[in-house]
Design a protein around this ligand. Structure first.
Ligand SMILES: N[C@@H](CCC(=O)N[C@@H](CSC=O)C(=O)NCC(=O)O)C(=O)O
Length: 277
């Protein structure tokens, strides 16, 4: 693993690191914020999964998370959203291929050799982080934005016991029924929709093994609201009587102005679960 940069931030350190990934068969870059408490021992870890077109850098520089993580003594990791590089398949569209891994393990050509983002996020990167940094891997929570919110929700639901809490900013809630989902799940997983179900938070809700708290914020002026389908997830959560806070925030759009506005709420929500859950 190579250190790309380390900068002092809010009493802690914002680092960027690069490593050769065996899951994605290419170099992967991630950001990691460590609060000053890390000097005294392992700290809890909050995952932030980013959305379409993002690298590790967008949220790291625009979400305003470090101040709140520093206040709570929590580390935050910002992984990339896909494999990248010259030998990695891509598409001209912004919502498929590099920058749009959708947090699945692709089974279809030409994506399968590199697009193994589920394994990268749930297995390889946690192992690396636990080995290289003073992180308490028994205290993890997860959040994300848009495509990353979809990833956060489906990972929490599919991996009971891994995350103490899950939240999301404007997540893609029902990708099987959305143009932000059908195209990508077909490309990566094939046309058999049975393989998609575990990657759809609304469909997963009835079989979810996750019993921790859920917080979701979506803006009423989100330009992608019809693609996100928060109402589908709300109905599924109500049907299951799932403990969940699903908020529609008046006037907010899909941008990082929205994400940064509610970041304090989300970090505090996770801190409650990480320290007292
Ligand atoms: N290029 C597209 C939309 C791209 C976009 O809005 N990406 C969002 C995430 S959308 C869902 O996953 C994002 O986080 N962009 C990066 C940023 O820094 O804002 C278009 O223009 O329609």
């Amino acid at each position: 693993m190579e250190t790309v940069s380390e900068n002092a931030a809010f009493g802690g350190v914002q680092g960027v690191y690069r490593h050769a990934s065996s899951s994605t068969n290419c170099d992967m870059t991630f950001g990691l914020f460590l609060p000053e408490e890390v000097a005294d021992g392992p700290v809890p870890l909050l995952w932030y999964l980013s959305g379409l077109t993002c690298t590790h850098e967008n949220a790291m520089t625009k979400a305003g998370a470090q101040a709140w993580c520093a206040e709570q003594g929590i580390a935050m990791v910002f992984p990339d959203t896909s494999p990248r590089g010259e030998g990695v398949a891509d598409d001209e569209a912004y919502d498929l291929g590099q920058g749009a891994g959708f947090y699945v393990n692709a089974t279809q050509a030409p994506w399968a050799p590199h697009f193994q983002m589920w394994d990268y996020i749930t297995e390889e990167l946690p192992t690396l982080l636990g080995e290289r940094f003073a992180l308490d891997m028994d205290r993890q929570s997860i959040t994300g934005h848009s495509m990353g919110g979809h990833g956060a929700l489906t990972m929490a639901m599919n991996l009971p016991g891994r995350f103490r809490s899950v939240s999301a900013f404007a997540p893609i809630c029902n990708p099987s029924a959305s143009d932000w989902g059908r195209k990508q799940l077909t490309a990566y997983l094939g046309a058999d929709e049975a393989a998609w179900a575990r990657h759809d938070a609304t469909l997963m809700m009835q079989d979810s093994g996750f019993d921790g708290p859920i917080l979701i914020d979506t803006g009423t002026s989100d330009q992608f609201l019809d693609l996100l389908k928060p109402e589908a997830l709300a109905q599924a959560a109500a049907a299951r009587r799932q403990q969940a806070v699903l908020r529609m925030q008046p006037g907010y759009d899909h941008s990082y102005f929205f994400v940064s506005t509610f970041m304090e709420d989300h970090v505090s929500f996770h801190a409650e679960a990480l320290y007292r859950g």
